[in-house]
Design a protein around this ligand. Structure first.
Ligand code: NAD
Length: 353
């Protein structure tokens, strides 16, 4: 298939592009290359005959139309987004511009393109909108998010993703564009920008810095290895039913503090501190994130039953291989940290726009 992936230079996008190429698809990566976009994450694919790249901002409708019209995709997998909750607290505007208006532009450009296709090509075209479980809000100690859980987003990030999910569904119901939405739990694994919890903790630990845990560390997240997420996206775009939503989760719930302690144990074994102490001694509790959702947990039985998807990695194997990856890719990490981003706390400054 000819697959247009938006946000392919990001964390999940780069893993997805690699997976699609490995499965013989022809892939165009459309990415603006914001602070989170990094072509070094795709170094191994440079020059591959099935890999193409177009630097493009999805807030620019004409540019998006040009890329879609030129590439003529069978599938569009839309991942480009501003993705970090803490940044959305300080600067929400770009989240609305990229996640909402950008998605609108992609839907409009896709619709015009789809209408121009033959009946056969129209029938195989798919638009997969990749989203988060954060749109469902926060759970207490019990229960799981299902595809019918009412939306209740709490952060500017999740509100912008919720809005874009509704747009993707509306384009199916109103115009017939074959869209699908996936809502996934927290991902981890190779190539994740180190502002996110797991790489942040690994890199700060190795630098001898404190390991800041928000609040009392009791917030619960469900963790999914990124390659399992990419497998689920591939199943959804190929076999999913237009108009449907699929929840994706790892069945791997953990309190943040337990997760950080587990990372410390792995680091103690793989890269012991010179003073023989545990990395856990670097843990410090800091002011909570404003509006911090207590618990996310996913019921992924629909995608399991309909599309035959289950995650392959468990917490033990996934966390260990992720720590190993960061230990073995210090140049990738160092190149990010020579830029503006310095592993510092975000999300406490005044809302700037
Ligand atoms: P990321 O921040 O690592 O990557 C986002 C990519 O989008 C970057 O390459 C960036 O350059 C690109 N981008 C941003 N603004 C753009 C614009 N205006 N035009 C074109 N490209 C632009 O994000 P990620 O963690 O890989 O997440 C990818 C998608 O998956 C997002 O839509 C996110 O909401 C969703 N998601 C993420 C997670 C997670 O745990 N990371 C979980 C569920 C869903």
């Amino acid at each position: 298939m000819r697959v247009l992936v938006t946000g392919g230079a990001g964390f999940i996008g780069s893993n997805l592009v690699r997976r699609l190429i490995n499965h013989q698809h022809d892939v165009l990566n459309l990415d603006k290359l914001t602070y989170a976009g990094n072509l070094e994450s795709l170094d191994d694919l440079a020059g591959h005959r099935n890999y193409h790249f177009s630097q493009c901002d999805i807030t620019d409708l004409e540019a998006v139309k040009k890329v879609i019209g030129g590439f003529k995709p069978d599938w569009i997998m839309h991942l480009a987004a501003e993705s970090h909750v803490d940044r959305s607290i300080e600067g929400p505007r770009v989240f609305l511009e990229t996640n909402v208006i950008g998605t609108l532009n992609l839907l409009q450009a896709s619709l015009a393109f789809w209408k121009s296709l033959s009946n056969d090509d129209r029938a195989k075209f798919r638009f997969l909108h990749v989203s988060t479980d954060e749109v469902y809000g926060s759970l207490g100690d019990e229960g799981y998010f299902t595809e019918t859980t009412p939306y209740d987003p709490h952060s500017p990030y999740s509100a912008s993703k919720a809005s874009s999910d509704h747009l993707a569904r509306a384009w199916y119901h109103t115009y017939g564009l074959p869209t699908m939405v996936t809502n996934c739990s927290n991902n981890y694994g190779p190539y994740q920008f180190p502002e996110k919890l797991i790489p942040l903790m690994i890199l700060r630990a190795l630098r001898g810095e404190s390991l800041p845990v928000y609040g009392d560390g009791s917030n619960v997240r469900d963790w999914l290895y990124v390659e399992d997420h990419c497998d689920a996206l591939a199943q959804a775009v190929e076999y999913g039913r237009p108009g449907e939503t699929y929840n994706i989760g790892g069945n791997n719930e953990m309190k943040n503090i337990e997760l950080v302690k587990q990372l410390c144990v792995i680091l103690d074994e793989l890269r012991p501190r010179k003073d023989g102490q545990s990395y856990a001694n670097q843990i410090s509790f800091v002011a909570d994130r404003p509006g911090h959702d207590f618990r996310y947990a996913i019921d992924a039985s629909k995608i399991r039953d309909e599309l035959n998807w289950v995650p392959k990695q468990n917490a033990a194997t996934g966390f260990r291989s992720t720590v190993t990856w960061y230990l073995n890719h210090s140049t990738w990490c160092d190149n990010i940290l020579t830029g503006k981003y310095t592993l510092d706390r975000q999300g406490l400054a005044e809302n700037s726009n």
